[in-house]
Each structure stands twice: as structure tokens, then as C-alpha cells.
Design a protein around this ligand. Sequence first.
Ligand SMILES: Cc1cc2nc3c(=O)[nH]c(=O)nc-3n(C[C@H](O)[C@H](O)[C@H](O)COP(=O)(O)OP(=O)(O)OC[C@H]3O[C@@H](n4cnc5c(N)ncnc54)[C@H](O)[C@@H]3O)c2cc1C
Length: 385
Amino acid sequence: MNDQVNPVIIVGGGQSGLAAARAALDAGLRPVVLHSGAEPVGSWPDYYDSLTLFSPARYSTLPGMPFDGDPDRYPHRNEVVDYLRRYADALDVEIRTRTRVVAVRPGDSGGYLVETDAGDELSAVGVVAATGSFGNPYLPILPGQSEYAGDLRHVAQYRRPEPCDGKRVVVVGAGNSAVQVAYELTKHARVTLATREPVRFLPQRIRGRDLHHWLRVTGADRLPRPVVTRLIRHAAVLDTGRYHDAITSGELPRRQMFTRFTADGVVWSDGTTDAVDAVIFATGYRPNLDYLAPLGALDQGVPRQAGGISTTHPGLLYLGLEFQRSFASNTLRGVGRDAAHVMATLAARVDRRPRLSRQARPTASSAERPTPPVHADRATDGAGE
Ligand SMILES: Cc1cc2nc3c(=O)[nH]c(=O)nc-3n(C[C@H](O)[C@H](O)[C@H](O)COP(=O)(O)OP(=O)(O)OC[C@H]3O[C@@H](n4cnc5c(N)ncnc54)[C@H](O)[C@@H]3O)c2cc1C
């Protein structure tokens, strides 16, 4: 074990980990990022090939660095990868790639020991869990599922439609991924969308402006979960009209969720059966935090936290959780705001340990990293209007 005590170790090198690193620097703490992948670009390279952002470039940035090019375009997945790569470079912090954290345990004086898959143990005052959820897809278990001999997968494993050419496919789910993937498959396969409730839609554009403009100007983007769920009772799919039209015209048939599997297909709620080659579950994700189990920080896999701050372990922080502090928490545009918030609590904790605090001052000049925000709480405004 190395004797050095790091002020903060960030687990995960995606947008959440990078936003945490940026917030740490702004708070005067030099972070170390441990990332299991080859590059600090999160899960974006693993999302399906045709994916474009649901928000325009101007509303899809981390603090201090705009997207290049037209701010009103909807960047492709690969542009996000490139953006995060450049963001990480400009941050100039230590990022150890191909390094998976396998356990976080209690350390000395209320700190933490962070164990990696290489067998290293790093000591830290604070830990930020920024490992997303893509590594933990949620797959429900339905009657007869184990008998089904067809191709059953989560949408996390879906990359492109061509392998489904000419096949009969059911996509399960009523969210953005389900509808986008099912729609894409209509050009290649005989596809049915299976949902428990009718699909609901949110207009992508209102009065000639993207929805995200209105979320920004009305402040809706910062509303906490209870308020948002009172206003919008059901999950809804962002739509320019094409998905709605595809479902109502029958181009993308939608059926009430099937009740069970058979050996070669599904039984629909009206008792009819269909032979099906593939079933794709777009049924969401759960936090990917196994490495925190040894600490006792989880309740059945779910972090015990409020607003990203552990309620059981001081100095343990979370970023990128769904609705962590607002509607925008798990997005490119929202995570920077949360990062500034949680890091302020850790900076106060480190400052109470004077020896560490001196050690923690960043050495890189701020000119080498994305421009610091003038006001920490406006950090995610990025290239906003
Ligand atoms: C299909 C899809 C489309 C989306 N579209 C949008 C969109 O248009 N706009 C938007 O703002 N948001 C979108 N999101 C939501 C969100 O912005 C992304 O999921 C984003 O990738 C989350 O970033 P993250 O850093 O929290 O997690 P990830 O991107 O998942 O990054 C976490 C990283 O941590 C690493 N890791 C995991 N476990 C460990 C470990 N134990 N030790 C070390 N490293 C580890 C992983 O390698 C991973 O790369 C989308 C999500 C999905 C699934």
C-alpha cells in the first residue's frame, strides 16, 4: 500500500467522473481518477451506433467547454466520445485507465481504502462513486423465460439493426431507447413494441425552440424528483412527431405487454401467441456500485444517499444517479452542477485536516484545464444561451 493519502479518489471516468475531477480542482483538491475502460469517455462508445443526443449541443456540455460546431445540432454518439476525450485531456489530472475498483473499505481517521483489480490499495479522504449504470442493465424475469429458445437480450447489447434483418422481433419498453430502437428496426425486421401502458410523448420542439431551451428558461431542469413526478406522471419519449406517427399509423405496431414466453415466442395479453426470433428488453438500468458493498453503503444495491452525499459514510459521494438532485442529474448538461454541490462538502472535510489540505492544492495552472465557471452553481450552463 502507498502511504500517500489522496484528498479524493474518483471511481469511473465517464462524464460524471470528469465533472467530479473538474469540481475537485475548482475546490482546490487534486483528484485521482480510476477508470476501468481504455479511455475516459464513459459508456458512450458502447451505446448503439445510430444514437444522437436528445438535446442540442448547446445544452449537452460539461462545465467550461462547449461543443465545437453548430450549437443547435444534435451531436452523434461519436462526437460525445471525442468531446469527453478532449475534456479529459484539458483537465490535466491523473487518470488511471484499465484500472477497476473492486472494493472500497474503511481506512484510517474516517478515510477510505480503495482496492483495484491490480491489487493496489490507495488511501483517500473522500471517494466519488461515478460508475454510471450501463454496467448493470435491469432484465425482468417473466413466466416461461427460461424455456424461450430465441435471442433474448437487453438493449445495452444492441448495436445496430442489420443482425435482425428479416426476423420477427419484440422490443419491450416505453422509454426513449425502446421506441428509438424499435423504430430503427422497422426498416429491417417485423417488429412489435410491447408496453404496459400506452407510449407517452414529449415534444422535442415547442414554438420553434428545442424543449431543452424551455427546461432552462423555466427552471424545470433544476426541479427535484417529487415536483417533476407531480407534473409529469409517466415516463415520456422525446419526439419530433415521427415516433408518434409510426405507432398510430401501424408502421411500428404497439401491443399490450405479453404475459409469458413460450419455447419459440410470446403469449400476448389477449391469449394469442406469436413466434418470435428475438426479444429485446429496454427496461432500464440500476446503479453499478458493487465495489461499495464491503463498506455497507448500499441498501440492496441502492446507495444510501441524499443529493449525492452518502447518509452513512462521510466523504463518500455519488454522481450521475438518476434524479440525484434534479431532472438533469444523469445528463451531460446536469452533472456538473451536482459535482460542484457534492465536492463542496468534501472540500470542507479536507480543510478540517490541515496537513492534507496543503498536500491537495492543484499544481496545474487553471489555464490548462477547461475554463473555470464564474459561479460554481452555474457550472453546467456551458455553452448555453
Ligand atoms: C442509450 C443511452 C442514451 C443516452 N442519451 C443521452 C443524451 O442524449 N444526453 C444526455 O445528456 N444523456 C444521455 N444518456 C444518459 C447519460 O448521460 C449517459 O448514460 C452517460 O454515459 C452517463 O455518464 P456516467 O459518467 O454517469 O456513466 P458511464 O458513462 O457509464 O461511465 C462510467 C464509467 O465507469 C467505469 N466503471 C464502472 N465500474 C467501474 C469500477 N468498478 N472501477 C472503475 N471504473 C468503473 C465504466 O467503464 C464506465 O465507462 C443516455 C444514456 C443511455 C443509456
